[in-house]
Write a protein that binds this ligand. Structure first.
Ligand code: 2P0
Length: 319
């Protein structure tokens, strides 16, 4: 086969990946745990052939040089593994605002890893695909599975994510408050590097992360929504506290971000089973029990931004 198409979904971390222990191998400094999102995905068609150079088309237009460079480096790794000099041609499209803090590099590199490995007949299983996707983007290692997925820490290049639970174990809905669909001013990668180099809270974050992930995993496996909500929100705010103290400081929140944070906390205080999380951008993802849909939609729709609804899921597919 020299052409393959894969669809992989966005994942949103309940326990955040923030920091690297090895930049060359893209190994995370902390474990993380995420949920796949059913309706947000990237589809990538990858073809390897005797082309003059690698090319990347996103939503019908040629990619920016920086985006292409990252894919070329990823394809260099694929070529090394497959023992080939063939160049790759990618056509991809995504179903969400790119680079707006919805972790689009996760779905993109997971789809590229799956389609690229298939196009080059590498014969990889899920763990190898996850480890390969990680080299493209740390969070992409988690998008090789749907449902609830965790990745630990290791010094080895075979570090891969594992599925902790299917979506059916705890079927949550999600509301995404798109506060901005503009491209971020600071990339996650740059901001997390700056955290490691300059934030006085980074060491405490790395030290506390393993225990935080265990707590989130245990709450998930026990279907203890209240504990999952408290622990996930705290982990999210701890990550942002690290970036607030970067030099120069990084504030991913907008005014609307904080309005949603307060709104969701008030909802939960009033008995509505919902919690928020925020990645490296102003958008907020609210997880909630399906019965709470009307309460969540009613409260969030008063605040502004664009609201999108989905649910936990996101099983990737390869054609
Ligand atoms: C996460 N984020 O766990 C965290 C929370 C953003 C905030 O993973 O450098 O784009 O490509 O490995 O995967 C974003 O980091 O970083 C991220 P790279 P990535 O989802």
């Amino acid at each position: 086969m020299s052409v393959a198409t894969a669809r992989a979904h966005v994942n949103i971390a309940l326990a955040k990946y923030w920091g690297k222990r090895n930049a060359a191998l893209n190994l995370p400094a902390v474990p993380s745990l995420s949920a796949g999102i059913e309706d947000l995905w990237t589809e990538a068609e990858v073809e390897f052939g005797p082309f003059a150079q690698d090319s990347l088309e996103i939503d019908g237009a040629p990619a920016e040089p920086g985006e292409l460079d990252r894919v070329v480096r990823f394809f260099d790794l694929l070529r090394e593994r497959a023992g080939t000099a063939l160049r790759g041609r990618v056509r991809s499209h995504s179903h969400f605002p790119r680079a707006a803090g919805l972790a689009s590099s996760a779905s993109a590199f997971a789809a590229l890893a799956m389609a690229g490995a298939a196009a080059l007949d590498l014969g990889y299983g899920s763990a190898q695909l996850s480890a390969l996707a990680r080299r493209g983007s740390g969070s992409a290692a988690r998008s090789v599975y749907g449902g609830y997925v965790e990745i630990g820490v290791s010094d080895e290049d075979d570090l891969a994510a594992v599925r902790v639970a299917t979506a059916a174990h705890l079927p949550l809905d999600v509301a995404i408050v798109v506060a901005s669909d503009q491209k971020k001013s600071v990339s996650s990668r740059r901001a997390m590097t700056s955290s490691a180099q300059t934030s006085p809270y980074y060491a405490a974050w790395v030290e506390g992360a393993p225990k935080a992930v265990v707590g989130i995993r245990e709450a998930l496996l026990a279907r203890d929504f209240a504990a999952l909500a408290e622990r996930s929100e705290r982990n999210c705010l701890a990550m942002h506290a690290v970036t607030f103290a970067n030099d120069p400081p990084v504030v991913f929140f907008s005014g609307l971000t904080l309005q949603v944070v307060h709104c969701v906390r008030e909802l939960r205080a009033g008995g509505v089973p919902a919690f928020f999380t925020i990645d490296a951008g102003p958008n907020v993802v609210v997880f909630f029990e399906p019965d709470a849909r009307d309460a969540v939609a009613g409260a969030l729709s008063k605040l502004g931004g664009t609201l999108r609804f989905s649910k936990v899921g996101g099983e990737p597919t390869l054609q």
